[in-house]
Design a binder for this molecule. Structure first.
Ligand code: C5P
Length: 234
């Protein structure tokens, strides 16, 4: 785990909100407590890219969770656009062609590419149906090695996978974990959850947290409590 990341920068708040007005109101409410935001597909198609540019201008870091997967030329050109926008993290699916196209497009940009190895909604039966001869565990491990070989900066994975992946990939790969729930928080539709402190102790560099902050009675206090838990675990 790189020690130079501040506890506040390790927390990424998922702006899974219906429109940019609600997202902007949440960003204002969170103020200085949060420095890093994730914008996903839903908000991207609802004005989220303009919001991303504004957040960057305001000194925040932005994670665009767009999960690119296309022919290399298209992935490379789209990655350049995301880099020009000033985002910090971009997700791509962990297919070797796609990962190489994305990392090869960066040149001197500070944008970092995160790979999604296997979607957590997939199980072994889903992979078999899609024509894969291996199960989830083996495919995650294989794609993690391919991500490293392709120069990808980090992986998105459940906190449970952080410790084995850290052992497999070494210190340099960024590990970014969703499915985080502070002790006592509602689990919602997540199946495998970990507390912020346990995620850090398992080797996570950053964690993505949505509803435990955005649906809290006091979102700023909830974010500050998570940052304090991260700081204590670092
Ligand atoms: O609200 P919650 O904290 O569960 O939000 C988690 C965020 O992380 C959501 O934006 C969700 O789409 C994302 N995510 C996830 N599990 C994955 C990949 C992404 O929960 N495997």
């Amino acid at each position: 785990m790189p020690a130079h990341i501040s506890p506040r920068d390790r927390l990424i708040v998922a702006l899974d909100l219906a429109d940019t007005a609600k997202a902007q109101a949440m960003v204002e409410q969170l103020g200085d407590a949060v420095s890093f935001y994730k914008i996903g597909l839903e908000l991207t198609y609802g004005g989220g890219l303009a919001l991303a540019e504004q957040l960057v201008k305001d000194g925040k870091q932005v994670f665009l969770d767009l999960k690119f997967h296309d022919i290399p030329n298209t992935v490379a050109r789209a990655t350049k656009q995301v880099a020009a926008l000033g985002a910090t993290f971009l997700t791509v699916h962990a297919f070797p062609q796609t990962m190489k196209a994305a990392t090869g497009a960066l040149k001197n940009s500070p944008l970092k590419i995160l790979a999604v190895t296997v979607m957590t909604s997939y199980d072994d039966a889903d992979l078999a149906e899609a024509g894969y001869a291996m199960g989830v565990k083996d495919l995650v491990s294989r794609r993690a090695d391919q991500a490293k070989a392709a120069g990808v900066h980090g992986l998105i994975l459940s906190a449970e996978e952080a410790a084995p992946m850290r052992a497999q990939l070494g210190a340099d790969m960024l590990l970014v974990t969703p499915g985080i729930r502070p002790a006592g928080a509602a689990i919602g539709d997540q199946k495998r959850v970990m507390t912020p402190g346990d995620a850090i102790r398992s080797g996570a560099d950053h964690m993505v947290v949505g509803r435990p902050i955005t649906q809290a009675p006091d979102p700023k206090a909830a974010a500050q409590a998570i940052v304090a838990e991260i700081a204590a675990a670092c």
